[in-house]
Write a protein that binds this ligand. Structure first.
Ligand code: S3P
Length: 439
């Protein structure tokens, strides 16, 4: 458990490039692994979560290699031709790998056991087990619908129409991926739009997929027994990783930082909208398209932030960015109220209570509700935690670790984290980039 203290910092300046998008990286490996032929992926995030997906796809019969220039070369096994893994699939900390992979396997005539770390083993899997069982797969999960979990796929599986009970791109994607090897048309009805990387990228790989609107809800239909053709994927930078630097540059006085190559898919960019409502100074430079996704370089300058009431309708487009938004709110002038965040309680950690505890330790004024936090900001004054306070517990959650690292930059005496190892799941170069930007 490597601990680390993040000290009050000099302004963030210069330029940096965040690594590839985690959601898009997982999907690129999975879809390339299902195509017939060779795909090439550049800009892939080489974090532990994505490497868990690569390892699992290899166990299922895809050939995946990294060439010296950093391009990943994938020879797919073909939809319907995945192999039964000889060992358990170890998903590490990664909920996305687990849930999407359960979808993939649910319509193949094979069995597999999914295992993960202590964080992942506490997370709910019934949200994918339910629809995938309706399609014919069977599961033996641990109590409460958790890992370790054994899956027996069905072939042929049964196409369903499934209305998502929670706004979850992982559940949507699991059902659509199961639909790839299911005869007929599988449909997902999405009451609130969630990240649409699966839809965009599957279309690129040649799947027949239609998105329509019905009574204000998105309906996504995938035609089964698909043949995917290989393609070259360029992965844009991850807005969820960029968010730590957007907030850091916004709250550390004197900062003027350019973050290059940030994906700004509207289903992901809620953090930029909310920070701008708070008064952040974020300029989009050279807007362009990378790999079918909107991208820009972001110039972020320090600004005096004001507290806001965050509209719960924006939650799905920034679901992973609340921990770092809470840090921005802790430095803003006035009160920030967030609601509709129930889903945060079942992420890598319970991000509502873990952030409430961590920020309080760091000296912020925070009130916890069932579905969100209310935060009374310092108006720009550094956070002043209790002297000799214990370390912040990061609880196997990379986004807690990086958010609290950012809080250390605007503290009086630094913020100590008990364990920074989780950062490697999504952003292995985080500390190096932070040190460069502040030196
Ligand atoms: C993800 C979807 C989100 C997000 C996760 C990645 C994805 O989860 O929190 O980090 O790649 O589909 P939910 O869909 O469960 O909200």
């Amino acid at each position: 458990m490597p601990s680390h203290t993040f000290q009050p910092s000099a302004p963030l300046t210069g330029r940096l490039r965040v690594p590839g998008d985690k959601s898009i990286s997982h999907r690129a490996l999975m879809f390339a692994g299902l195509a017939v032929g060779q795909s090439r992926i550049t800009g892939l995030l080489e974090g532990e979560d994505v490497l868990a997906t690569a390892a699992a796809m290899r166990q299922l019969g895809a050939r995946i290699e990294r060439s010296e220039d950093g391009t990943w070369i994938v020879d797919g096994a073909g939809v319907g031709s995945l192999l039964e893994p000889k060992q358990a699939l170890d998903m590490g900390n990664s909920g996305t790998s687990t849930r999407l992979m359960m979808g993939l396997l649910a319509s193949h005539a094979i069995s597999a056991t999914f295992i993960g770390d202590a964080s992942l083993s506490g997370r709910p899997m019934n949200r994918v087990i339910d629809p995938l069982s309706q399609m014919g797969a069977t599961f033996e999960a641990s109590p409460g619908g958790t890992l370790p979990c054994m899956l027996r796929g069905a072939s042929p599986a049964v196409p369903i129409t499934y209305r998502l009970p929670v706004a979850s791109a992982q559940v949507k994607s699991a059902v659509l991926l199961a639909g790839l090897n299911t005869p007929g048309i599988t449909r997902v009805i999405e009451p609130a739009p969630t990240r649409d990387h699966t839809e965009r990228m599957l279309t690129g790989f040649g799947a027949k997929l239609e998105v329509t609107e019905d009574n204000g809800e998105r309906v996504i239909a995938i035609h089964g027994e698909a043949d995917l053709k290989p393609m070259d994927v360029v992965v844009p930078g991850d807005p969820s990783s960029a968010a730590f630097f957007i907030v850091a540059a916004s709250i550390v006085p004197g900062s003027d930082l350019v973050i290059e190559n940030v994906g700004l898919n509207p289903t992901r960019a809620g953090i930029v909208t909310v920070l701008r409502q708070m008064g952040a100074d974020i300029e989009e430079l050279s807007p362009r398209e990378v790999g079918g996704e909107p991208v820009a370089d972001l110039r972020v300058r320090h600004a005096r932030l004001k507290g806001v009431d965050v509209d719960p309708a924006i939650v799905p487009s920034m679901v992973d960015e609340f921990p770092v938004l809470f840090v921005a709110a802790a430095l803003a002038e006035g009160t920030t109220r967030t609601t509709g965040l129930e889903e945060l309680r079942v992420k890598e950690s319970d991000r509502i209570s873990v952030m409430a505890e961590a920020l309080t330790l760091a000296g912020a004024r925070v009130e916890e509700q069932e579905d969100g936090l209310t935060i009374h900001g310092t108006g720009g004054e550094p956070l002043h935690g209790t002297p000799d306070s214990a370390s912040v517990a990061t609880r196997l959650d990379h986004r807690i670790a990086m958010s609290m690292a950012v809080s250390g930059l605007v503290s009086r005496d630094g913020v100590r984290l008990d364990d920074i190892a989780p950062i490697a799941t999504s952003f292995p170069s985080f500390i190096d980039l932070l040190e460069n930007a502040t030196s």
